[in-house]
Unconditional design. Structure first.
Length: 201
């Protein structure tokens, strides 16, 4: 039980530190509203869950190989996010109702892709979660339970980020140019965060 409490505390602290995933969630929430922000958060959580599944089944070699293979995909993600950020920065001021909607499917896959292609997160998960496994038998089952707790804390924290950002969205609705700049800033932050991610942790 103590290891689960320690995991919850450690993960909560991690969620409070905005990384590329949170930056994308906030950007989508500011631009498209709470629903899209929440769907983006679910997408990033599913991406992390995919990474954790590799950890749970013990595919350490595959994790290392995948991290190498994802390097070029990561840079494509950096370029795409930077493009979105620059485009949003120069957009003319528009009413929130006039902004072209991002589909829930698109938001989910944006979030999923952001989480999956980050090699730092991939190897961090492989190193972080096993630290909370208690000694004894049933390591795989313990990892599965810990992964479920870890993901629950992450999706809750990310959902709170989405709620916070969407609340600010209504206030920023009166300041279209500022809203564009802030949204663009979060997208560019997400791109920068992904760019500086490395395989080493």
């Amino acid at each position: 039980m103590a290891n689960i409490i320690a995991l919850i505390v450690a993960t909560s602290v991690l969620v409070l530190i905005p990384g590329p995933n949170v930056a994308l969630i906030v950007a989508n929430s500011l631009r498209h509203g709470l629903k899209i922000g929440l769907v983006t958060a679910f997408g990033t959580t599913f991406g992390i869950a995919f990474q954790l599944s590799l950890v749970i089944v013990g595919l350490a070699t595959l994790i290392e190989t995948a991290a190498t293979a994802l390097e070029w995909i990561r840079w494509l993600g950096v370029v795409y996010l930077a493009y979105l950020g620059i485009r949003t920065w120069i957009l003319p001021v528009a009413n929130l109702q006039d902004i072209r909607a991002l589909s829930k499917t698109g938001a989910f896959w944006h979030g999923f892709g952001m989480a999956v292609v980050n090699p730092k997160t991939l190897l961090f998960n492989a190193a972080f979660l096993p630290q909370f496994v208690a000694g004894g038998e049933g390591t795989s089952s313990q990892l599965a339970m810990l992964a479920a707790v870890y993901l629950a804390v992450i999706v809750t924290g990310d959902a709170l980020w989405a709620i916070f950002a969407s609340s600010a969205r209504h206030w920023l609705g009166r300041f279209g140019r500022l809203r564009n700049k802030i949204t663009a800033g979060f997208m560019l932050t997400a791109a920068a965060g992904l760019a500086v991610s490395r395989r080493s942790i």
